[in-house]
Write a protein that binds this ligand. Structure first.
Ligand code: GAP
Length: 444
């Protein structure tokens, strides 16, 4: 994991938030490449979940949330983790994550055994809205994106005029005051979720749970995650929320262990019923054909953006060997991102930076590609070094403009370039006019 964390900082994927002030625990900033990677992930999720389907629409709900909504959802009273204090080093610890030696619980920081009893700690961030600081001004930063979907269910249904089954999808920030943020970005206090609430008739719930589990596994494969590192946990009755009739966790084998990426849960009609009870409003569905009025059930695939970005990074990291400029083999760090996810799709290199005609042609090729994909231009240093820099950030294609391109080695090669493949390091000669289609077909 150390190598991955170091690469993330060195190459601008992820930085500690407020680093120059000593950092803010459990909060992260995404650098230039991390931002591109994260955007590619979110855009692909939005494409397959919303744009490619007739039965799902989007929502962008607010982060600041009415306390009554989170009281109704159960977050105000029960969204807690069990916390203990270590009386020796004063650390606050999650009771279910303590170290254990010879059957005795210990503080993982100092090894101390003098621990308090566990007590519930609410994970929500509370804030104050407006100028007065009385209890009526309390608001919360949302702990999940899901609740605004339930609260807006009726409005979205009315405007979209969808028939069951249909879904409402959302990508956005969520906040949890985790007692022990850890494992890099895996458990953060500020993170993003990609959630779909897929509403249905009660009798469709279990089948749709199986359907969405399959869809979601396919998604992870399509973004390039190795299927062998993905696992499905059928959450047993005793560990499921009381209202859920079935929940699967999709887990990934991170270097620090097998951990949850996404939960796919059949939540029955619990959430809508809670909001009906608390708000006194009707959040039901009228079936025109059967003339029935009922509260829909819901299946919820709920994924973490940051966790998936971390899985993409861990899955892509690889080391192999490649010759340096003198032909001596050296270790090559290569991020084998699926081209669809790669932050940069293509790098353009003039063979030499002091040859005006090469640079001009390279800029021309960059401009041609730019309107179709994210392109990086690099003219500094030996070509082998430039390839290596791109390998380390996972750029799947490299285009080199050389003397052949200028027609200096025969007319038949004029306006062709070398196209290098990151993984095989093989190079082929491609006409500039075919470049856009050749690369685009692989990054879609
Ligand atoms: N609406 C259901 C819900 O929020 P959850 O299992 O608490 O369910 C869903 O969260 C997903 O959100 C998780 O599978 C994970 O990917 C992500 N997530 C939750 N807490 C997180 C945290 N502290 N840091 C990063 N991601 C988190």
């Amino acid at each position: 994991m150390e190598k991955i964390v170091s690469l993330c900082k060195r190459r601008g994927f992820i930085f500690q938030a407020s680093e120059i002030y000593g950092g803010l625990n459990g909060v992260w900033d995404y650098g230039p490449l991390g931002t591109e990677l994260k955007n590619n992930l979110k855009q692909y999720w939005w494409k397959v979940i919303v744009r490619d389907r007739d039965d799902v629409v989007g929502l962008d709900g607010s982060i600041l949330t009415h306390p009554a909504a989170l009281k109704a959802s159960g977050h105000v009273d029960t969204f807690t983790d069990p916390m203990v204090d270590c009386r020796t080093c004063k650390a606050r610890l999650r009771a279910d994550q303590l170290a254990e030696k010879n059957g005795t619980k210990q503080c993982p920081n100092c090894g101390g055994k003098d621990l308090t009893e566990a007590r519930p700690f609410n994970l929500m961030f509370q804030t104050q809205m407006g100028a007065s600081a009385d209890p009526a001004s309390i608001a919360y930063l949302r702990p999940e994106t899901a609740q605004s979907i339930f609260v807006q269910f009726k409005n979205v249904l009315d405007v979209s005029r969808k028939k069951l089954p249909f879904g409402i999808a959302q990508i956005g920030k969520a906040f949890r005051n985790e007692i022990n943020p850890r494992n890099f970005t895996f458990r953060s206090r500020e993170f993003e979720q990609m959630e779909l609430e897929y509403f249905c008739r009660p009798e469709q719930g279990m089948d749709l749970l199986a359907y969405w589990l399959k869809e979601r596994i396919r998604f992870y494969e399509e973004i390039g995650i190795n299927r062998k590192r993905l696992h499905i946990l059928d959450v047993p009755d005793k560990d499921r929320a009381f209202y859920s009739k079935g929940t699967f966790d999709i887990e990934y084998e991170f270097p620090f262990g097998r951990q949850e990426l996404e939960g796919v849960a059949y939540r029955t009609d619990h959430d809508l019923q809670q909001h009906i009870k608390s708000s006194g409003k009707t959040l039901d569905y009228f079936d025109e054909e059967t003339k029935e009025r009922f509260v829909p059930h819901v299946v919820e695939p709920s994924a973490g953006v940051d966790r998936t970005v971390l899985a993409l990074i861990c899955d892509a990291y690889d080391e192999d060997s490649a010759p340096d400029e003198k032909g001596k083999m050296e270790t090559r760090i290569v991020m084998r991102f699926h081209p669809r996810m790669a932050p940069m799709k293509c790098a353009v290199f003039p063979l030499l930076k002091n040859k005006e005609a090469l640079v001009a042609k390279a800029r021309e090729v960059q401009a041609l590609l730019r309107s179709h994909m994210n392109v990086f231009y690099d003219e500094g240093g030996a070509i082998g070094r430039r390839y290596r820099r791109q390998d380390e950030i996972g750029t799947p294609f490299g285009v080199t403009i050389d003397f052949e391109t200028l027609g200096e080695k025969g007319e038949e090669l004029r306006d062709t370039v070398t196209l290098r493949d990151r993984d095989s390091m093989k190079q082929e000669r491609v006409a500039i006019k075919d470049l856009v289609e050749t690369i685009s077909s692989k990054i879609r």
